[in-house]
Design a protein around this ligand. Structure first.
Ligand code: FES
Length: 198
């Protein structure tokens, strides 16, 4: 006789009831989310301020030597204006990132490269070959052809960049506007009288 199969027992599955979120909970979650966003927005500039200088130092290490172009651009016995692009520029700096400087070529391999800024209050100085002087238009400061202070309120000679000639190009060590607080360049260490304070 064939066996009679037993009917399987059906166990009812409990239905998940949808969880109700109260208005209070929803506002609380929204408040936490907004606070988190505000904290991030506040932290970004603070972190940038703290870690910015070390990043700038790294950039300075990599980009301290900047070319002013082929040496042939600077004839012997003349002082010419040159421009370099500041390595620390941001995309929105535009033309303000182009920094002028004066190049004096004394002989075939002897040069001087001066910052354009007067050592009094930073106005751009201009070279006058007729008088052999750099003159500052702001308060009448004057400098000799070798950058030494001649007269007026400037406290010292012009700031001088260190330079090297490599691959037929003139390179200067630059990247920041020199100030009285900056350490003296090697050029000034070698000839302290030229850059000395008045
Ligand atoms: S800024 Fe040049 S003399 Fe004052």
């Amino acid at each position: 006789m064939p066996e009679v199969m037993e009917k399987p027992e059906i166990i009812p599955v409990p239905q998940a009831t949808p969880k109700k979120v109260s208005r209070r909970q929803m506002l609380m979650t929204l408040g936490i989310a907004l606070n988190a966003v505000a904290s991030v927005l506040f932290a970004v500039p603070v972190v940038g301020y703290i870690f910015g200088p070390s990043k700038r130092k790294e950039i300075k290490k990599e980009l301290s030597w900047i070319t002013l172009g082929p040496l042939t651009k600077f004839p012997e016995g003349e002082t010419r204006l040159a421009t370099y692009r500041n390595p620390f520029v941001r995309p929105w700096d535009g033309d303000t990132g182009n920094i002028p400087c004066w190049v004096r070529r004394i002989s075939a391999d002897k040069l001087q490269v001066f910052a354009i800024n007067c050592t009094h209050l930073g106005c751009p100085v201009r070279w006058f070959p007729q008088s052999g002087l750099f003159m500052c238009p702001c308060h009448g400061g004057a400098y000799y052809a070798d950058g030494a202070r001649a007269s007026g309120p400037p406290p010292r000679g012009l700031f001088e960049y260190d330079y090297k000639v490599e691959g037929g190009e003139l390179w200067i060590k630059a990247g920041q506007v020199p100030t009285l607080a900056s350490p003296p360049s090697q050029a000034c260490v070698e000839q302290p009288k030229r850059c000395a304070c008045a």
